[in-house]
Design a binder for this molecule. Structure first.
Ligand code: NAI
Length: 426
């Protein structure tokens, strides 16, 4: 295997391992869902004999998922799903686990990024766990011989699910994939609250600036955009939303936000956050209208939402003015600040920690039980994108309510019958 593991790439792997281990332990202590699932997985070994390849943001919470899959009996090979989101110390701590090999390293170039993805595939996975779809793409394009022995996989994020659905519609997706992103336990919490909280805290820590009294432009009022808008409003910002979907635009309007096209918003904003999963959301004509000193951040999966090539063309100089903040100076003296190279700010900024632990406990809880389901009941799922069965989502929600000490009511048999019937009227 030519691609070195993280341990082989670090000067002081032992020091890194110790620091990473502390981060993982802290996260795990605050993840009651993963703790409950780990207990079951340790006892029942549902992944015995499986080889899991993962391409995810390698930080402490993901490490807990990785170790729980290993505790379930799997051999795991992991790498990053973004060149800037890996925490090398966490990656090193994972690599020290006999059942896990980690190739994830922060700050790698494109060649090393894809070489690390290929290295995970050299382990001949039977299950894939992706965040953004890069593993599935690499398998279909370069390693089709693996497809026959893969039982299935899971996809963590909206952009990855879009890519899989597009593949599926073209008849090109050759094994079953769960759209884990689309479960209520993931999307209603991780995309909304996780992205909202983590993006704003990363922007605040990276810039040391306040949201209060500023105009924050949120592009895309989907699950992530809703969270960013709500949390920004909660920090006393004036929120402006840009959208292309009429119902989502109306929803933003009814929440009390100003809604307008980016052409107008460009001139109004102090801070811009893109959350569309689309490309070219902020482009040349928008940079031309922006005020001096604006801050641009992206929270969508790929770094294509802000057209940095166009900004580079307009700029007379570029300078890193703070760690994670690059200032583009235009010829009229205006300065436009871009955070984290336009990569998802809550994970790729130098100080970024990703979503709060509690949120990822839910996301990875549903991820873990989805892997178990795919392995145990693979015959029920043909090639293509599948919804995660609702009872699994409820199972994870019940574990969480239990851990929080929250009781809820049960339907009486009369209520259940009433809800299922069509005969009852006025
Ligand atoms: P979504 O599909 O619910 O929302 C996207 C919204 O953007 C839609 O309402 C769509 O109409 C709108 N949109 C598309 N093109 C636009 C344009 N040119 N201008 C304005 N609006 C536009 O998707 P979701 O779940 O909110 O995810 C958005 C992105 O964030 C995806 O790339 C996803 O993978 C990523 N994501 C990032 C996370 C993070 O940690 N930063 C966490 C979860 C998802």
């Amino acid at each position: 295997m030519s691609q070195p593991t993280i341990t082989e790439q670090l000067d002081e792997p032992r020091v890194a391992r110790e620091s990473g281990r502390k981060k993982i332990e802290w996260a795990r202590e605050h993840m009651p869902i993963m703790t409950a699932i780990a207990e079951e997985f340790n006892a029942e070994q549902p992944l015995d004999g499986e080889v899991v390849a993962m391409a995810m943001h390698v930080e402490a919470k993901t490490a807990v998922l990785t170790e729980v899959l290993a505790e379930a009996g799997a051999e795991v090979a992991i790498t990053g799903c973004n060149p800037l989101s890996t925490h090398d110390d966490v990656s090193a701590a994972l690599d020290a686990n006999d059942a896990i090999t980690s190739y994830a390293k922060r700050g790698v170039d494109d060649d090393a990024y894809y070489a690390a993805i290929e290295a995970t595939l050299d382990h001949e996975p039977t299950v894939t766990v992706d965040d953004g779809g890069d593993l599935v793409m690499a398998i279909h394009e370069d390693y089709p011989e693996l497809i026959d022995s893969i039982v299935g996989g899971c996809e963590e994020t909206t952009t990855g699910v879009h890519r899989l659905r597009a593949m599926d519609e073209d008849g090109e997706l050759k094994y079953p994939m769960f759209a884990v992103n689309d479960t209520p336990m993931k999307r209603l919490f991780d995309n909304v609250h996780g992205t909202g909280e983590a993006s704003l805290s990363s922007i605040a820590m990276t810039t040391n600036l306040s949201f209060a009294g500023k105009t924050v432009v949120v592009s895309g009022y989907g699950y992530c955009g809703r969270g960013v808008a709500k949390k920004a409003a909660g920090q006393n910002a004036h929120v402006v939303v840009t959208e292309v979907e009429p119902r989502r635009a109306l929803e933003a309007h009814m929440e009390g936000y100003e809604v307008c096209p980016m052409d107008e918003a460009a001139a109004k904003g102090d801070i811009f956050v893109t959350t569309t999963g689309n490309r070219d959301v902020i482009v040349k004509e928008h940079f031309e209208r922006m005020s001096d000193g604006v801050v641009l951040a992206n929270a969508g999966h790929f770094n294509v939402e802000i057209d940095l090539d166009a900004l580079d063309d307009l700029a007379v100089s570029r300078e890193e003015v703070r760690d994670g903040v690059e200032e583009f100076k235009l010829d009229d003296g205006r300065r436009i600040n871009v955070l984290a190279d336009g990569r998802l700010v809550n994970l790729a900024a130098p100080v970024a920690l990703g979503h709060p632990v509690e949120v990822m406990d839910q996301s990875f809880g549903i991820q873990a039980v989805s892997v178990r389901e795919m392995v145990e009941n693979t015959d029920e799922y043909g090639a293509g994108v599948h919804e995660v069965p609702d009872e699994l989502d409820k199972e994870v929600a019940e574990i969480k309510l239990d851990a929080e000490g929250i009781d809820i009511d049960d339907l009486s048999s009369e209520q259940a019958e009433y809800m299922d019937s069509w005969q009852h009227g006025t």
